[in-house]
Write a protein that binds this ligand. Structure first.
Ligand code: MG
Length: 281
């Protein structure tokens, strides 16, 4: 595959991606997929999805895990509910992630990804070692089937993420870099962050956002690609500098308005196509 195939974040029945029937209309070579609900995570369903994607000539480049009970209502709620960090749901969610890794394998895809949750900024605090351990367990399961695990960025600083990856110490642990999340969560200037963590980046989101007036306390706003504070030209130039060649996966998290989502993704495809031809030529 040529460098920077454009893709879109898609959903079967869960998550914020474009609906399954929209994939073929967009005529893109790649998708990332939000893992479907439990009833559809079996081998037979995975093989059905796989043959549908083959017919559309679309490659699934990553499957994202997500869980019942997660809420992105505001930043304190994310801390309490998202990913493998909240202790009460950790064991159950780990076994779900192992199932999702198996589903991903049946789909013919080598990359599992997730929002791990708010990793404490200080590696010396109580509970940090347990978050490292659960991540090692998940990495090792993925490693046994030649898969990578990608952590979605946003909920920690570049330095915090580097420290965490070092502590986990698994070669198949990589980053899905989302520049807008750094802005939405107020965790740092995304281009600077990308330069720092670039050697671990194996997939990316193309998403845009504007800063909150109280970064880290309240959300910034997710906006159409090119309309926010990321700076798409600088973002792509920096991806070239770090040697990234993987897919450019567009994410637009407004599934409640599918018409607008589709239109804005169309504009994002045009923007990325134009920037790509200029920057890679
Ligand atoms: Mg993202």
């Amino acid at each position: 595959m040529d460098a920077w195939p454009i893709g879109v974040f898609a959903s079967v029945d869960a998550g914020l991606g474009v609906a399954w029937d929209v994939i073929s209309e967009l005529k893109l070579p790649t998708i990332q997929l939000h893992a479907p609900h439990e009833q559809k995570r079996n081998q037979q369903a995975a093989e059905t999805f796989r043959s549908q994607l083959d017919k559309m000539d679309v490659q699934c480049t990553a499957v994202f895990g997500g869980f019942e009970g997660e809420s992105y209502a505001d930043i304190p709620t994310v801390v309490k509910t998202v990913g493998l960090v909240p202790e009460a749901t950790r064991a159950g969610r780990l076994s779900e992630m192992l199932e999702i890794a198996n589903f991903t394998k049946w789909l013919g895809c080598d990359t599992v990804a997730l929002h791990l949750g708010f990793i404490p900024h200080d590696s010396a605090v109580d509970g940090y070692a347990d978050i490292v351990k659960v991540t090692q367990q998940l990495c090792d399961h993925c490693g046994e089937q030649d898969q990578y695990l990608h952590l979605e960025t946003g909920q920690e600083t570049a330095e915090g993420l580097l420290e965490f990856i070092e502590q986990v110490g698994r070669k198949n642990l990589k980053i899905n870099f989302d520049p807008a999340n750094m802005i939405l969560y107020g965790t740092g200037e995304p281009i600077e962050a990308l330069k720092k963590v670039g050697h671990h980046v194996r997939s990316v989101h193309c998403k845009d956002g504007t800063w909150s007036d109280q970064p880290g306390e309240t959300w910034g706003a997710e906006v159409p690609l090119g309309k926010g504070d990321v700076g798409m030209e600088t973002y792509l130039t920096t991806l070239k500098e770090i040697g990234y060649q993987g897919p450019l996966t567009i994410e637009r998290e407004i599934p409640q308005d599918p018409e607008r989502q589709r239109a804005e993704i169309g504009q994002a495809i045009d923007l990325l196509t134009e920037l790509r031809s200029r920057i890679l030529s």
